[in-house]
Design a protein around this ligand. Structure first.
Ligand code: MCA
Ligand code: AMP
Length: 505
């Protein structure tokens, strides 16, 4: 039987070659990967997971967690990774919306998550970062040979939730070919070969760490150092052994501040990739001064995988995201009409290609609203194409804050704050933050006589929102600035608080 994505992964695998090493010296070969993902796929099937069923996973990063993703691909299931920072209130929504047949969580979360899973008819199994938990206990009894489920290019491989601008999070449906075509394009564009060793310090519940980093490694038969999280000391230590790193701008901001970042420390590295949020030209310059390496910036989205990349050979220009990847069409249009704009003019970035998702899970109207009649997806990012063909992202048409590479939709935070007693209204904005790029900031109007303070607002949000969505500061004002139409002028607020997180303020 053919399984579009896993057949390609299997074809690139040399059984004795190393696939994963952990910082503490444990290793998994490609042969181990095929055996363990086969056992896990067998476990899924034995637990009643059928092709097309969703498997929701909220676990700490580990090699076994990556094997579980591959097991889902092989079993024909739809992998649904969830940020480990999500609270039970947030999980309730995702599980209710996606209706998975199985939920895999950390052992310590079983008590909290089981009633939620039970409410929606899902089984629960556990997996911890050290290779323990009920899922692997069951897998130990399974054969390593697994007959992969028949899956074509257009079948779903994963659903990744992206927060909605106007309310509910939307599940982006990604097909086998969305993932495979993009990983092959990146592998070739970034010249990945079997001899590469990637430093993998990203989380594996988002496109960047899960698909870009892992699928490119798998499809080139190369290896990776899988680290639990970003740690500048550990990353610098591993650079002596590695060849490539992929990171969000915060990684590079922290590295340039580290005294260990020198030409010698990075001499064996051939490529540093940045994405998920804008990399400041200043960070690009300073990294290049300290190491001689020009960071390669690329641009993507959960819905589209990667769209553009700076060139491997040729100028990697700071402040641009390079050219459309082979197979990807990109245009800049007048937002209201979709009329294509000439080079140099700023408008809406739209993309089309095998990388673009199939639609939002059970939201046909929302899906239709974000595509043009000719199939181009409206990204919500504002940009331009310069005379040399480089794409520049100059802003966002969507009300979105990106903090350390994580997206936060202000509406979600505002709804929580507005629901608190004593609050009239709030506006949540992103303002420059030296470490996270943007810092989530709440500007709040209290009712007359209300005594609620910053600490009380933050305390009330603690169990409601993932930590990274919680405002770094809550500021109180008499009124929010509005335009003549009555719309809150967030640009005015962003200007007023532009220096809130600058050094010394
Ligand atoms: C942690 N905290 C954060 C963030 N991360 N707050 C805001 N934004 C964040 N991103 C909180 C912690 O809970 C903690 O709170 C405090 O900030 C300091 O934690 P720290 O130890 O400094 O953080 P960290 O553990 O070092 O994490 C920072 C990080 C991490 C390394 C930047 O957030 C990260 O790995 N981000 C990568 C995200 C990513 O992979 N994005 C790709 C999405 P307290 O101490 O108060 O409890 S995919 C995507 O966007 C598209 C497709 C694309 O193009 O790639
Ligand atoms: P997500 O919804 O997590 O997939 O985030 C996708 C968004 O991140 C895009 O729509 C952009 O706004 C932003 N993004 C990703 N890469 C870059 C980049 N290199 N420069 C600027 N913004 C980026």
């Amino acid at each position: 039987m053919s399984n579009h994505l896993f057949d390609a992964i299997r074809a690139a695998a040399t059984p004795e070659a190393v696939f994963i090493e952990t910082g503490d010296g444990r290793r998994w070969t490609y042969g181990d990967m095929i055996a363990l993902s086969g056992q896990l796929a067998g476990t899924l099937a034995a637990r009643g997971v059928r092709p097309g069923d969703r498997v929701a996973v909220q676990v700490e990063k580990s090699p076994e967690a990556l094997m579980l993703y591959l097991a889902c691909v092989r079993a024909g299931a739809v992998y649904l990774p969830l940020n480990t920072a999500y609270t039970l209130a947030e999980l309730d929504y995702f599980i209710g919306d996606a209706e998975p047949s199985l939920v895999v969580i950390s052992p310590g979360a079983r008590e909290g998550v089981s009633p939620i899973a039970g409410k929606y008819g899902a089984h629960v199994e556990t997996l911890d970062e050290a290779g323990g938990g009920s899922l692997l206990e069951l897998a130990a009894d399974e054969e390593t040979d697994f007959l992969d489920a028949e899956r074509g290019p257009d079948d779903l491989a994963a659903i990744l939730y992206t927060s909605g601008t106007t309310g509910r999070s939307k599940g982006a449906m990604l097909t086998h070919d969305n993932l495979l075509s993009n990983a092959l394009a990146l592998r070739d564009h970034w010249r990945f070969t079997r001899t590469d060793r990637l430093i993998h310090a990203l989380p594996i519940f988002h496109t960047h760490g899960l698909f870009v980093a892992s699928n490119v490694t798998l499809l080139s038969g190369s290896s990776m150092y899988l680290l639990p999280k970003f740690d500048a000391d550990e990353v610098l230590r591993l650079m002596a052994e590695a060849t490539v790193m992929m990171g969000v701008p915060t990684f590079y901001v922290r590295l340039v501040q580290h005294p260990g970042l020198t030409p010698a420390a990075t001499a064996g590295m051939r490529l540093f990739v940045s994405g998920s949020a804008p990399l400041l030209a200043e960070t690009h310059r300073s990294f290049s001064e300290k190491t001689g390496h020009a960071i390669l910036e690329r641009y993507g989205m959960t819905e589209t995988n990667m769209n553009t990349s700076n060139p491997y050979d040729g100028d990697r220009i700071a402040g641009t995201v390079g050219f459309p990847l082979p197979g990807v069409s990109l245009r800049v249009t007048e937002p209201e009409t979709g009329r294509p704009l000439p080079a140099g003019e700023t408008g809406m970035i739209e993309v089309k290609g095998p990388n673009v998702f199939k639609g939002y899970w059970r939201m046909p109207e929302k899906t239709a609203a974000e595509f043009r009649a000719d199939g181009f997806f409206i990204t919500g990012d504002l940009g331009l194409i310069d005379a040399r063909g480089y794409v520049h992202i100059v802003g966002r048409g969507k009300d979105l804050v990106i903090s350390g590479g994580y997206n936060i939709y202000p509406k979600e935070v505002e709804t929580e704050i507005d629901g608190m007693p004593g609050i009239v209204e709030s506006a949540v904005i992103g303002v420059p933050h030296p470490d996270f790029g943007e810092g989530v900031t709440a500007v709040v109007v209290r009712q007359k006589g209300a005594t609620l303070d910053e600490a009380a607002v933050l305390a009330a949000l603690r169990d409601r929102l993932a930590r990274y969505k919680q405002p770094k500061r809550v500021l109180f004002v008499e009124d929010l600035p509005r335009n003549t139409m009555g719309k809150v002028q967030k640009n005015v607020l962003r200007e007023s608080y532009a220096d809130l997180y600058s050094a010394g303020s």
